[in-house]
Design a binder for this molecule. Structure first.
Ligand SMILES: [Mg+2]
Length: 364
């Protein structure tokens, strides 16, 4: 049994090594909300959710307000099981999925530490040991050289961010990268909903020539009709990301033949249980599964993705974490990426030790 004594909400911006250029967004610093929950036994749990108006519509100011409300509901609550946490958070307020995911993760981290378990032991059964991650190629001038270097470092999956250039330019970037990386590397392109419907159809009618493993979200998440048309124009699988915020979205895409797989994020699903159940549905439907965080997330989110990735029933399109692009992080025991795979720290809960001076330093 644990009793919640204190909840602190931090709004932070971490510096990136390089500016990230996606179709419609340029990210110079990452903005996340961190939640710390403390029990009456003085054990702490941490959770993080990126603020992304383009992905979830939740601003950091809105997330803080939502969390302040939830905080008042759960302070002094006694918690015995993970089921109680899931129910407490999901029933707390309507919507606000990113905000809810941050506090849910913090509570699960705290409960795992209290019960002397790892985060993954508490949320499911381990399905895999190794966690290959995807290297993002986001328009650096020397991107083919960089990709080649990362392949030599052990990375086996790459994702090209497209949509910021003309279609012929993006197609030739994809073709070049395939040539340089060879056929055994998983190479994909992600437009982050950046093309108009007309351009998306044009790109998808030509994309097979680049021999990608899949194409992700060419058009706005709401435009499932164009996704369906795109899918009919390509032989390679189509992935949905910005269009998937719940299992109902997956069912719609599947029924309309508008996606063969999807990228799932905790900030969109609002909770671990909802995300893991969505993966079970995708496995049943033979859909491909990727689990990812938001560009610029810290190690808190990376560890969370890692633990969820260990227990997900399917994960053939691997995981994405972002710590490799940060200029600084907020933990004392940095996680490593070795041979293109994320190595989680052993230890209770998420296995990370937060450097609270760094949290203070990057507060906004
Ligand atoms: Mg994506």
């Amino acid at each position: 049994m644990l009793k919640i004594k204190e909840i602190t909400i931090h709004n932070i911006a971490l510096p990136l090594q390089e500016t990230i250029r996606m179709s419609k967004v340029i990210i110079e610093k990452s903005n996340s909300i961190l939640v710390k929950v403390k029990s009456t036994d003085d054990i702490s749990g941490w959770g993080e959710a990126a603020s992304s108006l383009s992905m979830t519509g939740e601003s950091s100011a809105g997330m803080i307000l939502a969390l302040e409300y939830i905080k008042n509901e759960i302070i002094n609550k006694e918690i015995e099981s993970i089921g109680e946490i899931y129910e407490l958070i999901q029933r707390s307020i309507y919507g606000n999925y990113a905000a809810k995911s941050a506090i849910e993760v913090a509570l699960v981290d705290l409960l795992a530490k209290t019960q002397k378990k790892t985060f993954s032991e508490l949320i499911g059964i381990k399905q895999r040991e190794e966690l290959p991650i995807i290297w993002r190629i986001a328009g650096a001038k020397n991107e083919t050289d960089e990709a080649k270097k990362m392949k030599d470092d052990g990375f086996s999956a790459f994702k090209i961010k497209v949509g910021a250039n003309t279609i012929p330019e993006d197609l030739s970037r994809a073709e070049n990268l395939r040539r340089v990386l060879g056929e055994h590397i998983q190479l994909t392109a992600d437009a982050n909903a950046g093309y108009s419907s007309k351009d998306a159809l044009d790109l998808c009618s030509k994309i097979d020539g680049a021999v990608l493993d899949y194409m992700e979200q060419p058009v706005n998440g709401y435009d499932v009709e164009t996704m369906k048309k795109c899918n009919s124009l390509m032989d390679i699988p189509l992935s949905a990301d910005e269009g998937i915020h719940s299992q109902s979205d997956l069912i719609l895409h599947k029924k309309m033949d508008a996606a063969d797989g999807a990228s799932l994020k905790l900030i969109k699903f609002g909770g671990i249980k909802a995300l893991l159940l969505a993966v079970d549905y995708m496995k049943e439907q033979n859909m491909h599964v990727n689990i990812s965080g938001k560009a610029g997330d810290s190690s808190v989110s990376a560890a969370t993705i890692g633990h969820i990735s260990h227990v997900a029933s399917k994960l053939d399109w691997f995981s994405n974490v972002s710590i490799q692009y940060l200029a600084d992080d907020i933990i004392k025991n940095p996680m490593t990426i070795q041979d293109g795979k994320i190595i989680l720290k052993s230890g209770l809960g998420l296995g990370i030790e937060i450097d609270e001076n760094k949290v203070e330093k990057y507060k906004i």
